[in-house]
Write a protein that binds this ligand. Structure first.
Ligand code: EPZ
Length: 421
């Protein structure tokens, strides 16, 4: 199993390019199921989760063609409408084929995603939304069995649906389903994440009629069919944010190309509060810091508030900052898996329910630690970059799910990082 070996203490300096957003690429690849002609996507990141999604689409009969970061999907001859447990247990985002399969083919059999390291992560709101659109859905033997064959013209019917919780993939699944429904759908309390907006922009290029993406009310007027198009995947704000924290923690001077400050306002504000300098142009962000930062209070919430996917990274920042800060996780019930590992590196963190109280220490010590989930692993990498001596991170396949060539990018910035197995 691959490990990452980091020698701490190096200031990060230089310039790297941010990849396409994982959480935009995954739903947009699934949107390929909706199109009768080829959909071409550029700027697709080379990640494990992207490879898993392409494999799933391929097993369904979608013709997949990939050339580095350009992917072309042709769903003119889909034979299977199923996402098996084997597939879904490795990547919960496979649930994103449910809406498109139902909308285009009227039938779908998708395994219920199990829980995962950060929480139970149910999909009840996805299911309720599709039922509101007329789908017949039965849960049997751990599978979601869905059909619209009993409906007029076998098509989902437009509906008005209020989501009890803000759900990113729930909003995306229902938006894709509504795109081909009969009539108009109104999604209320919708997620406003930039990746939802990017999916909507791609669907509109394919012929969908969508208004309000990026606000909490999205209106989708169903159309008869969707065609392929060409779409460039939006840059990954969480990858960018992770390197921005790395620059700030190591007292570095780093410029990120293909990064958009307008997608990271809450993160930029917190970095500035911590004492880092953040400047930006239209598609680049530069972070500078003298090294010693001030602890900052964090409370995660749906976009545009502070993103839960940046919580572990700021926990690492606070671990070596001046002062005491609270980190409150409001989205997932178990997203503090990185705490024990940071404590093994000497961090002073006390968890009370969904709140962690972090007292900055002068220095973390390098140690052998274990990655448990994607963003927790990112937090451990950041801790390793400033830790005294060597840090060895095990199970870094978690990192490979969401960070393209992380060791190469960090090395390009002057870090001493090696991948071993
Ligand atoms: C998306 O997950 C992201 N994944 C996550 O990123 C991200 O952390 C999360 O949104 C929150 O921003 C992708 O986009 C592929 P939710 P998602 O549905 O859609 C509850 C990463 O690191 N909920 O917005 O699964 C749920 O349990 C990953 O890149 C229900 O109760 O998250 C959670 O508490 C991790 N019922 C909250 O809502 C539902 O039907 C938000 O979940 C759906 C969600």
């Amino acid at each position: 199993m691959d490990k990452l070996v980091i020698q701490g203490g190096k200031r990060l300096q230089g310039e790297i390019t941010v990849s396409g957003a994982k959480n935009a690429a995954l739903p947009i690849l699934c949107a390929g199921l909706l199109a009768e002609t080829p959909l071409t996507l550029t700027g697709v990141p080379e990640l494990r989760d992207v490879a898993s999604t392409l494999k799933l689409l391929d097993t369904m009969g979608v013709k997949v063609n990939r050339d580095a970061s350009t992917v072309t999907l042709e769903a003119s001859d889909v034979q299977s409408f199923e996402a098996t447990y084997e597939m879904v247990k490795t990547m919960r985002a496979s649930i994103l084929v449910l809406g498109p399969l139902l909308a285009r083919f009227g039938t779908a059999r998708v395994s219920l995603p199990g829980g995962c390291a950060i929480g139970s992560r149910p999909v009840d709101l996805h299911i309720k939304g599709l039922q509101a659109m007329g789908a017949a859905i039965h849960i049997t033997h751990g599978y979601i069995q869905a059909s619209t064959l009993h409906l007029p013209n076998r098509r989902l019917q437009g509906a008005k649906y209020y989501m009890d919780l803000v759900t990113v993939t729930g909003t995306e699944n229902l938006m894709m389903a509504a795109a081909l429904a009969q009539g108009t759908t109104v999604l209320e309390n919708a997620a406003k994440e930039p990746e939802v907006v990017d999916l909507a922009e791609c669907l509109v290029k394919m012929g969908a009629r969508i208004k309000g993406a990026g606000t909490d009310t999205i209106i989708i007027e169903g159309v008869e069919r969707l065609a392929g198009a060409t779409h460039h995947i939006v840059c990954d704000r969480i990858e960018a944010g992770t390197y921005m924290v790395a620059a700030a923690m190591t007292g570095g001077d780093v410029t990120l190309k293909n990064a958009r400050a307008d997608l990271l306002e809450a993160v930029i504000e917190k970095l500035r509060d911590a004492g880092a300098t953040v400047e930006h142009a239209a598609d680049s962000i530069t972070v500078k810091s003298s090294g010693r930062l001030k602890a900052v209070h964090i409370r995660t919430a749906p976009h545009p508030a502070f993103p839960t996917d940046m919580q572990a990274q700021f926990m690492a920042l606070n671990a070596v900052a001046d002062g005491v800060a609270t980190v409150i996780e409001t989205i997932f019930e178990n997203r503090f898996m990185h705490v024990q590992e940071l404590q093994r590196m000497g961090a002073d963190i006390e968890v009370q329910g969904n709140t962690a109280v972090v007292k900055g220490v002068a220095e973390l010590e390098g140690a052998n630690v274990m990655a448990t989930d994607l963003r927790a692993s990112a937090g451990l990498v950041l801790a390793g970059l400033v830790g005294q001596g060597e840090t060895v991170i095990d199970r870094i396949y978690h990192l490979d799910r969401g960070y393209e060539r992380l060791d190469e990018k960090l090395t390009a910035l002057g870090a001493v990082v090696k991948r071993t197995n």
